[in-house]
Design a protein around this ligand. Structure first.
Ligand SMILES: Nc1nc2c(ncn2[C@@H]2O[C@H](COP(=O)(O)OP(=O)(O)O)[C@@H](O)[C@H]2O)c(=O)[nH]1
Ligand SMILES: [Mg+2]
Length: 295
């Protein structure tokens, strides 16, 4: 199939995601390697073997831009699709069970979600092993609220007699949850609609994260104001505080160098003024940061 075709309509009855089932459904176009001039960046995260690459191929077609992540021997694939006049660049992240930078793959995935600032991150999960897969979803939701959880392999779950209560899961997580069977191209249009909704703000994400143990909360409460002061627009100060407690060097360095603050500039009331990390702020932080490292 060429890279510029409209995705085939192979949805079952009442899937809610194609033109025969839903008059308002989307038509998604594969754009292959045409990555220039895109409007939004979408990252695809997920445990290995959840069907992440299948989702990627279904959306982008087989023509992909492949290479390595800068400075790493980890493969990187990018593609693009268009929907309702908007162009989306899709980045396939390495398959990982967590984002704790315990391996190069985890570091690459973590860094892209944090520093790449995708407009939306889709976490592809395995419907037959949801509990294990949600660990990664929670970690992504700690970093960014703009998350869509894709519950893939729904056909496999059905075959095994496993049912997944999608509305309940959505309520539990506080972000959109979409059921798919990517190999059969089922639910993919709904996934695109959810991504588009999260990006344009018509769908509000309010991630519900697991409670922090009280002892840890005490330490977080001490660090949090400092992080918020350093990076006022940061969507994930709690997560950054966690990483500092764990002695995460990359995050510490990103705070101290102003890299994080540069990613989330806050507009001051005076028109056109953007707060850049200022030298004295950074040196204040450096002294406070020294304490943090010993927590
Ligand atoms: N039954 C079924 N198999 C799937 C589905 N999605 C992917 N697969 C299969 O699962 C295997 C792993 O898929 P892949 O996309 O490589 O997973 P990744 O490791 O997450 O990138 C492949 O054999 C796919 O054909 C699905 O929705 N249903
Ligand atoms: Mg893959």
């Amino acid at each position: 199939m060429s890279s510029d075709t409209t995705l085939p309509n192979t949805h079952p009855d009442n899937c809610g995601g194609c033109t025969s089932c839903d008059p308002n459904a989307v038509t998604t176009q594969r754009l292959g390697v045409k990555l220039d001039g895109y409007d939004f960046v979408v990252a695809l995260a997920g445990n290995p073997n959840t069907g992440k690459t299948t989702v990627f191929n279904t959306l982008t077609g087989l023509k992909q831009h492949t290479g390595n992540w800068p400075g790493k021997t980890v493969a990187r694939a990018e593609g693009a699709f268009a929907c309702r006049g908007k162009r989306y660049k899709l980045v396939d992240l390495p398959g990982t069970y967590s984002l704790l930078s315990a391996s190069v793959d985890e570091e690459v995935a973590r860094d892209f979600v944090l520093f790449g600032k995708p407009d939306c991150t889709v976490v592809v999960t395995d419907a037959t092993a949801l509990q294990r897969n949600l660990n990664l979803a929670y970690q992504v939701m700690e970093i960014t609220p703009k998350v869509v959880v894709c519950v893939n392999l729904m056909d496999e779950a059905k075959r095994k007699g496993i049912t997944v209560d999608i509305p309940a899961l959505q309520e539990l997580l506080g972000v959109p949850v979409v059921a798919t069977a990517a190999r059969r191209n089922q639910g993919i249009d709904k996934l695109v609609l959810a991504v588009a909704g999260v990006i344009d703000g018509s769908i509000q994400c309010e991630p519900k994260l697991p409670p922090t143990p009280p002892k840890l909360q005490k330490v977080i409460d001490e660090i949090l104001p400092m992080v918020k002061r350093m990076v006022p627009g940061l969507p994930s100060p709690r997560w950054v505080a966690y990483r500092l407690i764990e002695g995460d060097h990359r995050i510490r360095q990103a705070l101290l160098s102003g890299e994080l603050a540069g990613l989330y500039p806050v507009r001051l009331p005076v028109a056109g003024v953007v707060n850049q990390p200022v030298a004295d702020g950074v040196s204040d932080l450096a002294s406070e940061q020294g304490e943090v490292a010993h927590v």
